[in-house]
Design a protein around this ligand. Structure first.
Ligand SMILES: [Zn+2]
Length: 399
């Protein structure tokens, strides 16, 4: 029995290596795959035959030969199957149809209007409607859900999302029973770090930290090549690490949590209170005099125009975030720190200050050679994340 199990595992691993090679370096020939990965021609031929049968790979003409028969080439066919991506956030639900390269073909989104169980009922209603208009249902690789908070990815359970008041929601089971297709669930920041690895070719890094700052603050952590999840999926709650013993009380029960100093809702509150005290700012004009309408877009624009209020808040955010990040680096000693999220995108001043602080305030041996970079996933980072969760689980792509 054991030998059979080992053989099956080896076959699956070889298949994922072959599919990954075709995906990243195709069109390519069976012979080249065989030579590059030191796999027998029979192993490669049989796996490629299986992948062609499944529609993931297709023949693609012939390649060059210095003598003898020209090799037949195979390439990846990303449009033969689709992925349904779901991003469940504090502010909105977004559902998309993507191909296997995470190109979004169709989407819907709507603001969150309730919390607790009704959100899940609303999500199911939206998915039902969306799938009824999806032509690829028959060839759907599955539904990938990313959500903030503590997520048990193995069981597909949202353990805790305090902002949406979701506790122990078995979302994988609920959606699989309803839609009869595989469902994959993960924490959003874990999904983003998978996307960095998957779509930005950061395979060479084995120890990575990805920090996102936007609506909230979170961290995705890869240790020795694997996502570090902790006992119940609660690792990476970076926003609830305290940086001030005497700071404000936090919803988690602690005091002085980082999220209460650097997230966008907190920044917005500070802009609001400064303007209420009579401080002037271009942001008020940008929002046509309505302080409640001041958005991150206005904040970024104000930073570019050196608005004193925006600059002063941003500088303070940089200090708090830097202190938190140094702690994270000292704990995990990563090869790369990737910064993402809506607050860091197009905010060069914040990134530069944080990068300089990390360079100068981290233990020398940890800082030497450590790469600090801004995410390059672009505006579709959420769906790249969702797709990566499914691709990694279902096809063992890259990771
Ligand atoms: Zn907290």
């Amino acid at each position: 029995m054991r030998r059979t199990g080992d053989l099956k595992l080896i076959q699956e691993l070889n298949r994922s290596i072959i599919l990954d090679e075709i995906r990243h370096h195709g069109p390519t020939s069976r012979t080249d795959i065989s030579k590059k990965h030191q796999l027998s021609p029979t192993t490669v031929s049989s796996a490629v035959h299986e992948l062609i049968q499944e529609g993931l790979v297709g023949e693609s003409g012939v390649g060059y030969s210095s003598g003898g028969r020209k090799p037949r080439l195979v390439q990846f066919l990303p449009d033969q199957q689709c992925i349904i991506g779901v991003s469940l956030k504090k502010s909105s639900i977004r559902i998309t149809e993507m191909n296997l390269e995470a190109t979004v073909k169709r989407e819907i989104s709507e603001p969150i209007r309730c919390i607790g169980q009704p959100i899940i009922e609303r999500l199911i209603a939206l998915l039902t409607n969306f799938l009824s208009q999806t032509s690829c249902v028959e060839n759907c690789a599955g539904i990938a859900v990313i959500v903030q908070g503590v997520v048990d990815a193995d069981e597909g359970i949202i353990r805790l999302n305090s902002k949406l008041n979701l506790v122990n929601v078995p979302i994988k089971k609920m959606l699989e029973e309803r839609f009869r297709m595989p469902v994959f669930v993960d924490n959003d920041t874990n999904a983003f770090i998978l996307a960095e690895k998957n779509f930005n070719s950061l395979d060479s890094y084995k120890n990575m930290v990805y920090v996102t700052v936007g609506d909230g603050v979170g961290a995705g952590i890869i240790v020795n090549g694997d996502i570090y999840r902790g006992r119940s999926g609660g690792s990476g709650e970076f926003g609830h690490t305290s940086i001030d013993l005497h700071g404000d009380s936090c919803e988690c029960g602690s005091r002085g949590c980082l999220e209460n100093y650097v997230s966008w809702p907190v920044i917005h509150t500070r802009i609001f209170s400064s303007l209420s005290r009579g401080t002037s700012s271009k942001m008020l004009d940008m929002a046509n005099g309505d302080v409640t309408k001041i958005s991150l877009v206005h904040y970024r624009q104000a930073l570019r125009e050196n608005d004193p209020l925006a600059v002063s808040i941003n500088d303070e955010v940089a200090q708090y975030l830097s202190v938190g990040l140094v702690n994270l680096v000292h704990l995990f000693n990563p090869e790369v720190v990737i910064l993402g999220g809506e607050l860091l995108i197009e905010n060069a001043s914040l990134f530069d200050q944080v990068a300089t602080h990390l360079e100068t305030q981290t233990l020398r041996t940890l800082a030497d050679g450590m790469d600090v970079r801004l995410t390059t996933l672009g505006k579709e980072f959420e769906m790249l994340g969702a797709a990566s969760v499914l691709l990694q689980e279902k096809f063992r792509f890259t990771l």
